[in-house]
Every structure is written in structure tokens, then in C-alpha cells.
Design a protein around this ligand. Structure first.
Ligand SMILES: N[C@@H](CCC(=O)N[C@@H](CS)C(=O)NCC(=O)O)C(=O)O
Length: 221
């Protein structure tokens, strides 16, 4: 299988971390956005949204949403994995619940701030956007109350991997999580997961870009 990938993308890194945790072989195709490699006809055929990640199976089966790719990889390659407990309807529903929260709220909460900064050099961030991000961090901290992982005490799931990739972006952009005790403790646990370092390395691209564009880190949040 092939993974169309960019190291700066939290969604792509979450998929790669799933692949690492499942110990799967993959051909990684690095997509250079600066060179417009996501705008080619061939790429647009694979994903009309011109975004990464994209997973392409050897027979051509293609998926373009990170959470769906992660769920598919576990279901198709190791259905007994605790990363996505498909044989337990309730446990699986709890993972889905957090995956949907990640897709609708966690990703949005930082992209609404970082995209205008990185794409058009916008240096100021409105209080309304900061409030949205703070609420997400608070909710994540509350979800973890009394739990080791986002869906319980057992083991990390793909929900943890998805949320982790986005949290890494926020931290690399300067956001401090030490006042969110549950989240900080969970983050320490995540450091032991397969592929954590690789994921974190990709996140650092964001801090590099902010510095390069002379933009302030988001330490006020
Ligand atoms: N909902 C999608 C989001 C994918 C997405 O936004 N990818 C970004 C990188 S994180 C991208 O490729 N952006 C390039 C662009 O939109 O031009 C997913 O979870 O896979």
C-alpha cells in the first residue's frame, strides 16, 4: 500500500503512527506542497480536496480521511488489535466518539489560528479563536478525568493517536499544557507509544515555520 504523506500534517502523521503501531509495510510518498504536487491532475484524481493523507491499496482502493484510514487499517490488518476494538460495540463507539471530536473540534481549534498565520503571515489572534482552543484543551483534560487513555484505562486507541498528533502541533506552536494535569500526564504516557518521536519531529516543522516568518509562539494561550 501507498501513503501520500507530508511530515508537517498532523492528520498524515496520525495515520503513519497507526501504521507503525500495527507494524505494517508501507510505501511513503512525500507530497511537496511548495511545488504544488497536491494540485496535479493525478493527485486531484486521488483526492479532489488536494489534501494529505491518502491511502492507496495495491488494488487501487483509496481513502482520504485520516480517521477513516486509521479505522480501516486496524479493521483490515489486525481486527483483534486494541487500537480499534471492533468486536466490542460499546468500546468501539467510545473510540468513534473521540475520533469525531478530534475531526470536528480538536483539528479545527488550531487550524483556525495557525492557517492564517502560516499562509498569510497574520500575527494577531482574536480572543474568540483563543477561547475556542482553550475550551478544546479543557474538554480534552475533562475527558481524561480518572482515565489513562481517552477511552479508558486499557490501552491507547487510534483516538489517542489522532488527538496526540494535533496536540503536538499545538505544543510545537508554543501552547503549554502543564496547567491541564490529566492532559500532561496522558502526554507523558504517549511518549512510550511506537512512532511518538517520528510524530513529534514532524510537529517541529510548525515551530520552525513560525520562527522563519517572525511570528510569535502561541504562549499566551
Ligand atoms: N479531514 C482531513 C483533513 C486533511 C487536511 O486538512 N490535510 C491538510 C494537512 S493537515 C492538507 O493537506 N492541507 C493542504 C491544503 O489544504 O492545501 C483528514 O483528517 O484527513
Amino acid at each position: 500500500m501507498k501513503l501520500y504523506y507530508a511530515h508537517f500534517s498532523p492528520q498524515a502523521r496520525a495515520v503513519l503512527m497507526t501504521i507503525r503501531n500495527l507494524n505494517l509495510e508501507v510505501e511513503i510518498i512525500n507530497v511537496n506542497f511548495q511545488k504544488g504536487e497536491n494540485k496535479t491532475e493525478e493527485f486531484t484524481k486521488l483526492n479532489p480536496l488536494q489534501q494529505v493523507p491518502i491511502l492507496v491499496e495495491d488494488d487501487g482502493f483509496t481513502l482520504t480521511e485520516s480517521e477513516a484510514i486509521m479505522a480501516y487499517l486496524v479493521t483490515s490488518r489486525n481486527p483483534n488489535s486494541s487500537l480499534y476494538p471492533i468486536n466490542d460495540a460499546m468500546k468501539k463507539a467510545l473510540v468513534d466518539e473521540r475520533l469525531f471530536y478530534n475531526a470536528t473540534s480538536v483539528f479545527f481549534s488550531h487550524i483556525q489560528i495557525l492557517h492564517p498565520m502560516l499562509a498569510s503571515g497574520e500575527a494577531s489572534v482574536s480572543n474568540a479563536k483563543i477561547e475556542i482552543l482553550r475550551n478544546v484543551l479543557l474538554s480534552l483534560n475533562n475527558f481524561l478525568e480518572g482515565k489513562k487513555w481517552f477511552t479508558g484505562d486499557d490501552e491507547a486507541t487510534i483516538a489517542d493517536l489522532s488527538i496526540l498528533s494535533n496536540l503536538i502541533v499545538m505544543m510545537c506552536a508554543g501552547i503549554r499544557i502543564d496547567k491541564y494535569r490529566n492532559l500532561s500526564e496522558w502526554f507523558e504516557r504517549c511518549k512510550k507509544l511506537e512512532g511518538f518521536e517520528e510524530n513529534y519531529e514532524g510537529g517541529k516543522i510548525v515551530s520552525g515555520l513560525l520562527k522563519m516568518k517572525n511570528l510569535p509562539p502561541l504562549s499566551q494561550i
